[in-house]
Design a protein around this ligand. Structure first.
Ligand code: NAD
Length: 480
């Protein structure tokens, strides 16, 4: 049994009340470990430690903070295989995906913000002949970082790295569904000698410890990634507290596919955008709008690929599609497929749970699923499914495609597939999402603003946006 501990004050510590939650391997459906169900007492210890560490950490020269972050990045690189395996067991994602995407990106997050903090500068505004203003960007203090289960170490470190780079001390909570690689990050902090209390990692449920982190008066900012309903609850909770709050929430991402696209490449990339990580990436395409003249051909190509993609044991090197993260999530996704049928949708590929033989017999697997004949107001075109399920609709012209794409409460990411330059620019300008990819998907440059509009969130992460979020700006005006 793999028993995880909290990482507080530079040491692994059991939860003070001795309460634990089962940790289940999605590919087998079996309990393989226990994680702390932490309480306020654990949080108080972490906050005391973070407050003790704060004066020295914020006073460090930025080069020295950068050195720590780079050391963490290199240690993640060195432990690539062990971390990728842990992520695949804990989350159900293919080990090959964890090895090539999740873990390298976690290292990149630390590398990127190590460089960002050594290059971080502020502004000065001169009033000719009489005064000069300059802006100080100071660390906020102790901040909270809360992350979801779909890209566990990748998103956990995406918050922690800029928070530390900016000179804050951090209380971080990974998802209780995928705690393992976050727990291993503590070992890495010990190995590189990160001062005790600078990063504290506390495990437990959102309802208990997550909410306690958000509410605690000593925690001055919250960076949250997760579901829209949770984000709304946190925003409500914090409304009267005037904390800085960054919310990266759900999506219902449209893909607009035009007849003039590069057909084969578009099929390949749109398929990947739909089913990577079992469709459990907030940026995955889920509503595909296809120009009517190529609708039948494009659909056929997608269906042929879906029929070849079979879920299998995430720990096999050959696996391209792994397990759904939990039993409740599997049931939720299957429920959406049923609702599509009830609303007149036709399942043209997949649609069913898959039972594997051997080790993964009790695991949570679903076929890649493609549905057509649904109206845009159908549940499966409006609500986030967050699984391997996409819908197809045909459109006749650019305006109709744009209207369909924008007919959503969400606004995270869109992809546009066309070789018509003016059309791409026009649509990119008018589509209501925080991120637009043209003829590509998930091509990430960590300097760019990342985040969504409407129900997809509040604020932006990435590059300078993250450094600004994790600092308080103060203007100093000097008259001479
Ligand atoms: P979730 O909202 O259930 O949980 C996310 C985290 O918040 C977990 O650590 C959880 O324990 C914690 N939490 C839950 N309730 C809380 C509360 N009341 N107070 C404080 N913390 C609380 O989300 P999930 O199911 O883990 O993740 C899936 C969702 O995340 C999807 O909607 C997906 O689109 C979204 N997501 C968004 C992005 C993005 O960048 N926009 C990236 C990845 C995932």
């Amino acid at each position: 049994m793999d028993i995880i501990a909290n990482f507080i004050d530079g040491q692994y510590q059991a939860p003070l009340q001795g309460q634990y939650i089962d940790n289940i391997e999605p590919a087998t459906g079996q309990v393989y470990g226990k994680i702390p169900d932490s309480s306020n007492e654990d949080l108080e210890l972490a906050i005391a430690s973070a407050n003790k560490a704060l004066p020295a950490w914020r006073a460090l020269a930025s080069e020295e903070r950068a050195d720590y972050l780079l050391a963490i990045a290199h240690e993640i690189d060195r432990r690539l295989e062990a971390l990728a395996l842990a992520e695949a067991i804990d989350n159900g994602k293919p080990v090959g995906l964890a090895r090539t995407v999740d873990i390298p990106r976690a290292a990149s997050n630390f590398k990127f913000f190590a460089h960002a903090c050594s290059q971080f500068s502020s502004q000065s505004h001169a009033v000719a002949g009489s005064a000069i203003n300059y802006t100080l960007r100071q660390p906020i203090g102790v901040v909270g970082c809360i992350s979801p289960w779909n890209l566990p170490l990748y998103l956990f470190t995406w918050k922690i790295a800029p928070a530390l780079a900016a000179g804050n001390c951090v209380i971080a909570k990974p998802s209780e569904i995928t705690p393992k690689t976050a727990a291993l990050l503590g070992e890495i902090c010990q190995k590189v000698g990160l001062p005790a209390g600078v990063l504290n990692i506390i495990h437990g449920t959102g309802k208990n410890i997550g909410q306690a982190i958000c509410q605690h008066s000593e925690i001055k900012a919250i960076s949250f990634t997760g579901g829209t309903i949770t984000g709304a609850a946190i925003a409500q909770l914090l409304a009267a507290k005037f904390k800085k709050l960054s919310l990266e929430l759900g999506g219902k991402n449209p893909a607009l596919i035009f007849a003039d696209c590069d057909f084969d490449n578009t099929v390949e990339q749109v398929f990947r955008a739909s089913f990577a990580n079992q469709g459990q990436i907030c940026l995955c395409a889920s509503r595909l709008y296809i120009e009517r003249s190529i609708y039948a051909k494009f659909k056929q190509a997608l269906v042929a690929k879906a029929k070849k993609l079979r879920p299998s044991d995430p720990l096999l090197e050959t696996t391209a599609m792994g397990a759904i993260v939990s039993k409740s999530h599997l049931e939720k996704v299957l429920g959406y497929i049923e609702s599509a049928k009830a609303q007149g949708g036709t399942v043209i590929a997949g649609g069913k749970q898959v039972t594997l033989i051997g080790r993964c017999q009790q695991g949570y697997f679903i076929e890649p699923t493609i549905i057509e004949n649904l109206n845009n107001d159908a549940v499966c075109n409006q609500e986030e499914i967050f699984g391997p399920v996409i819908t197809l609709q045909a459109f006749d012209n650019d305006e109709q495609a744009l209207t369909l794409a924008n007919d959503s409460h969400y606004g995270l990411a869109a992809t546009i597939w066309t070789n018509h330059l003016a059309r791409a620019h026009y649509l990119a300008e008018n589509i209501n999402t925080g991120i637009v990819w043209v003829n590509c998907w998930l091509l990430r440059d960590l300097r760019t603003p990342f985040g969504g509009m409407n129900n997809s969130g509040l604020g932006r992460e990435g590059g300078l946006e993250a450094m600004h979020f994790f600092t308080e700006s103060k203007n100093v005006c000097i008259k001479y």
